[in-house]
Design a protein. Structure first.
Length: 152
């Protein structure tokens, strides 16, 4: 479900859901920002939890919805063996507050690796914190083979 469009930009297919239904989306991360287009409006931000519509689309934060996507994340074991894994991401953004920001930001990551699933539990939208929770569950010496989403 993923493809790399260049060395510095990654692109993943995913889903957007809200009360009006669901639609397929494409998420782009370039190391500085994350971007997606929902129902014709572009949203961009320094992280998934901070996606805002562009000024020409009202400038409001994304709220009242769920985003789901999978991305490849190679894992290297303590013995140096590299294996492909998939990171499933679920971001739930609560209803909009008076300033337009979501009332809550819930992120849950699940790493599917070597026949097992490792879950982050629900975090407040901090991608690195969620990844650290997963890493602590993996066998000692295991690490992710690359830095993931500088901007997430």
């Amino acid at each position: 479900m993923s493809s790399e469009s260049s060395e510095s930009t990654e692109v993943w297919a995913g889903w957007y859901r809200d009360r009006r239904g669901a639609e397929a989306i494409v998420i782009t991360a370039d190391g500085r920002s994350v971007t997606t287009r929902v129902r014709g409006a572009e949203y961009t931000g320094g992280s998934f939890a901070a996606l805002r519509a562009t000024e020409e689309n009202g400038g409001l934060p994304l709220a009242g919805c769920v985003l789901e996507w999978d991305l490849p994340l190679p894992v290297v074991t303590g013995g140096g063996r590299s294996q492909q894994a998939t990171l499933s991401c679920l971001l739930a953004l609560g209803e909009a507050l008076s300033d337009g920001s979501p009332e809550r930001v819930d992120l849950q990551l699940t790493l599917h690796c070597d026949g097992a699933a490792y879950e982050s539990g629900v975090t407040g939208g901090d991608f690195d914190q969620a990844l650290d929770r997963i890493l602590r569950q993996l066998p000692p010496g295991t690490r992710f083979a690359r830095r993931l989403l500088e901007a997430a």
